[in-house]
Ligand binder design. Structure first.
Ligand SMILES: *Cc1c(COP(=O)(O)O)cnc(C)c1O
Length: 423
């Protein structure tokens, strides 16, 4: 029940849970709870895994910042040679602060880019704009002309490929708001190539998130390849193939061998792109950071309502919204393993919503007031989706590298939280 499968850096040393050698009880004592804890070692390992599997191909890993936007995590990935996939001017500012040397390795995605965001990205000299509509293309051309710059673009095409995942994070079907239908793309490129300030340089695709089979990726890139060949035939210098992100993990107890999965993914993409002589861009988010992180929280109270047993933690849906938003599963394990009985309980937060639960009818070791527990696989879409709902400060964050933990985001104060308000 308390066993943790191998790709996670959270392991028991005897009865005590550690993150890459750092004792979680000590982290709780030093930094308080709720606390996000990330293993920098585990993040680096995943990045190197991808880099090694694609070593034979010209490629750049553009980390999807929205998965975990921590400056310290971004700096680490920048130092490992990664670029970044951003979706806002705010995320561009993060790259500027965390890894300015990587600005030339930034791709800018998103369906609603604003003029000021385009200006900032043009000024920064980013690698590629992933354009999602003709209307956006026109605004981008206007901004590039105004600034005397050339915007390298890829159209984000919608390949109409179905990827088995949660409906909120599936993006590659015609009914989704993302991209330009692939059948129309050639015509839009022909318009783009005549626009002043625009240089078509790539084709991009992103079919969704938490996709665990390789075939939809291969199918999407196969369709992209055929478009690249057509566009080159039309005389365009299309050098970049952006295969997007979305590579999934296993959140539950199922066996998961990330190295084997990456190898399979890389083999499939290399095969599809063989001989195309393109620079491959990848936009992984979750795969790099999800399993490297966990949310450490303390049991505030336990209670019995009729037949139901509840464990109330000091973390809530505002700190980690994935269970409430996507019905997501997170493994929950005690920080100190004990010979206590097994219990079945709902593990819930203090927020005033019935949707504020982390797990329902979950079997764990009996949990008592004051115990520490950890929600695993919370490194992606955890802190980056945290809010102040119920006027709660967001968690602090700690990064562990080679057994040494350091604070990378202090806990907010109520003054921080109220600072922008006017009465
Ligand atoms: C969210 C997103 C990603 C990252 O997705 P993951 O599932 O975290 O790998 C990559 N590219 C785009 C365009 C995205 O919107």
């Amino acid at each position: 029940m308390s066993s943790i499968s191998s790709p996670r850096p959270f392991v028991y040393a005897g009865s005590r849970l550690e993150c890459s050698g750092a004792d979680l009880s000590e982290l709780a004592a030093q930094f308080g709870t709720p606390l996000y804890v990330y293993s920098g070692d585990a993040i680096a390992e995943r990045a190197r895994m991808l880099q090694q599997e694609f070593a034979g191909v010209l490629h750049t890993i553009c980390y999807a910042v929205k998965a975990n936007s921590s400056l310290a995590v971004m700096r680490m990935l920048g130092e490992l040679g990664c670029g970044f996939d951003i979706v806002s001017g705010g995320e561009l500012e993060r790259v500027r602060r965390a890894a300015p040397e990587a600005l030339g390795r930034v791709v800018f995605s998103g369906v609603g880019k604003q003029a000021w965001e385009m200006d900032a990205a043009l000024d920064a000299g980013i690698l590629l704009f992933n354009v999602e509509s003709e209307a956006e293309l026109e605004v981008l051309a206007e901004r590039a002309q105004a600034l005397g710059k050339i915007a390298r673009i890829a159209l984000r095409v919608n390949p109409d490929v179905f990827a088995e995942t949660h409906p909120y994070i599936s993006t590659g079907l015609r009914e989704h708001k993302f991209g330009i239908a692939i059948e129309r793309a050639r015509e839009v490129y022909q318009r783009a190539v005549r626009m002043q300030g625009i240089e078509p340089a790539g084709v991009s695709v992103h079919i969704g998130s938490q996709i665990r089979s390789v075939e939809p990726f291969a199918e999407a890139v196969r369709r992209v390849r055929s478009l690249v060949e057509d566009l080159r035939g039309d005389g365009m210098d299309i050098r970049y193939v952006d295969a997007g992100g979305g590579f999934g993990i296993e959140y539950g107890k199922a066996e998961f061998d990330p190295a084997a999965r990456v190898a399979e993914y890389a083999r499939a993409l290399r095969e599809v792109l063989d001989g195309l002589n393109a620079h491959l861009l990848l936009e992984p988010g979750r795969f790099l950071v999800a399993q490297a992180g966990a949310l450490l929280t303390r049991v505030l109270y336990t209670k019995q309502n009729g037949k139901k047993h509840f464990v109330i933690t000091d973390a809530a849906m505002n700190d980690l919204i994935r269970p409430a938003l996507y019905q997501a599963h997170h493994e929950i394990v005690p920080v100190v393993k004990d010979e206590r009985a097994v219990q079945v309980a709902d593990i819930v937060g203090p927020v005033c919503e019935s949707g504020d639960f982390f797990a329902r009818d979950r079997e764990t070791q009996e949990l008592r007031q004051g115990d520490l527990v950890v929600l695993l696989d919370a490194g992606a879409y955890g802190m980056s989706l945290a809010s102040h709902y119920n006027t709660r400060v967001r968690p602090a964050e700690v990064l562990v590298e080679q057994g040494r933990a350091r604070l990378i985001r202090r806990r907010e104060t109520l003054d921080d939280l109220l600072a922008a308000e006017l009465i």
